[in-house]
Ligand binder design. Structure first.
Ligand code: ATP
Ligand code: IP8
Length: 259
């Protein structure tokens, strides 16, 4: 059983559940299965978001979806991330989690690549009834751009704010946010970000959504409008997902101030 009664929003990074170094559509089945098992122990009041990894970034790059409107490329990319979502949802159900895939393309409208509105009533209802909604990075309709790439890293704080979540985690392939000597930074706040940002960059792999810097900026932005502490941790390490879900402080904490 999860600590506390509130909602938890957890992102599982595409660099953990896929081989992001490979070109396209390379899933890591064993990792998906292990993570599904860890999640199954703590699946009350939970929303999962997963990244696109090699099911979305190479495609979005090929069709230049960050810079131009390409309906065909948008559809090809959307169908590919939907395939990954189907896989994740299927492993979660096999592990006993009542998981349901939710595709942002079907419930989000963005404006200039930021979420403008998202239909949430079904997500709230699912949580109340014990389902686990599973969203993902996607291509969505965009009022200004036609379509835009929407990262799971933007979905996580949006949902956390709207659903008044109690815990937020972004599990990726690094121990947390690392400093210049490879050590995990304990806490990032708006006060120390200026000294730390020199160490944070995009992804080492094909990536169209900002890598580690994108995550930190999204979570710092959330810390300005809420008192939630978020955690960036290594979901590729067995036991970390269940550790986070059981209430452990893990990896790098991102918050409004030093507590
Ligand atoms: N200071 C840093 N600490 C840790 N990782 C960093 C840092 N700066 C850059 N990175 C890069 O950011 C990557 C994590 O971002 P990335 O977006 O690739 O992961 P992900 O969220 O798992 O993938 P996806 O976007 O597909 O879900 C790391 O693997 C690393 O290459
Ligand atoms: C590349 C696409 C389509 C979505 C990216 O989502 P992310 O992997 O969560 O950043």
């Amino acid at each position: 059983m999860k600590k506390g009664q509130g909602i938890t929003v957890l992102k599982i990074g595409g660099s953990v559940i896929t081989d992001k170094g490979k070109n396209e559509g390379a899933a890591r089945y064993e990792e998906i299965e292990r993570i599904a098992r860890e999640i199954s122990e703590f699946d009350t009041g939970l929303v999962i978001v997963h990244g696109a990894g090699s099911f979305g970034h190479p495609q979005a790059k090929r069709y230049e979806l960050n810079g131009k409107f390409d309906p065909r490329g948008s559809i090809i990319t959307h169908l590919s991330v939907k395939d990954l979502n189907k896989l994740v949802v299927s492993y979660l159900n096999d592990a006993g989690v009542n998981a349901i895939g939710i595709h942002p393309m079907n419930c989000v409208v963005s404006d200039d690549a930021r979420i403008k509105s998202m239909f949430l009533a079904h997500i709230q209802e699912m949580i109340d009834r014990g389902f686990v909604p599973v969203l993902h990075g996607d291509v969505v309709m965009d009022e200004r751009l036609g379509t835009s790439v929407l990262s799971g890293d933007q979905i996580v704080p949006y949902l956390a704010f709207k659903l008044k979540a109690e815990r937020i985690g972004i599990g990726s392939a690094a121990e947390g946010v690392l400093d210049g000597s490879g050590k995990t930074i304990g806490r990032i706040t708006p006060d120390n970000f200026d000294q730390i940002k020199q160490f944070i960059s995009g992804s080492a792999n094909t990536d169209v959504t900002g890598g580690m810097l994108g995550k930190v900026l999204e979570l710092l932005n959330l810390s300005e409008s809420s008192n939630i502490t978020s955690y960036i941790f290594n979901a590729g390490q067995a036991g970390n997902v269940s550790g986070f879900l059981s209430g452990e402080d893990i990896g790098t904490a991102i918050s409004k101030a030093e507590y």
